[in-house]
Ligand binder design. Structure first.
Ligand code: ZN
Length: 134
């Protein structure tokens, strides 16, 4: 199955970069029902960016980042989980992870699916409408 092959590749990649923690890994909990029929989830993600101002002048204490050297930025990410998504499936958002060094490229954001609960439809009315419109 194509899906399983992709998963293995992601796994290797993840362990390869583990020490630098460039890649940010989050777990997305969904119900069995959501996994079977698909759903969309929004996330708040905090990612680190090397302060661009510090790079220019290191002699004065930077006001942009308070001298820390990096900036934590909060963003909202929307993920569309397709129907028949299995437990432990990983979605990779290339270049959406942390930046740990100004010389290096930004890491990836990896969202791992964790399926729990029953087959009952636990979607909110808004989610039901959103799915119909998709
Ligand atoms: Zn700075």
């Amino acid at each position: 199955m194509k899906n399983e092959y992709d998963l293995e590749e992601v796994f290797e990649y993840f362990f390869g970069d583990f020490k630098t923690s460039k890649n940010k890994i989050l777990t997305c909990k969904i119900t069995k029902y959501e996994g079977r029929y698909g759903c969309s989830k929004s996330f708040t993600v905090n990612t680190t960016t090397i302060c661009p101002r510090c790079k220019i002048d290191k002699s004065v204490k930077c006001k942009k980042c308070n001298g820390k050297g990096d900036i934590c930025k909060e963003r909202t990410i929307l993920i569309n989980i397709p129907p028949k998504t299995k437990n432990k499936t990983r979605f990779v958002f290339k270049g959406e992870g942390n930046q740990t060094s100004s010389e290096e490229e930004r890491g990836d954001l990896i969202i791992e699916i964790s399926i729990y609960g029953t087959n009952k439809d636990t979607r909110t009315p808004i989610e039901k409408v959103q799915q119909l419109l998709r």
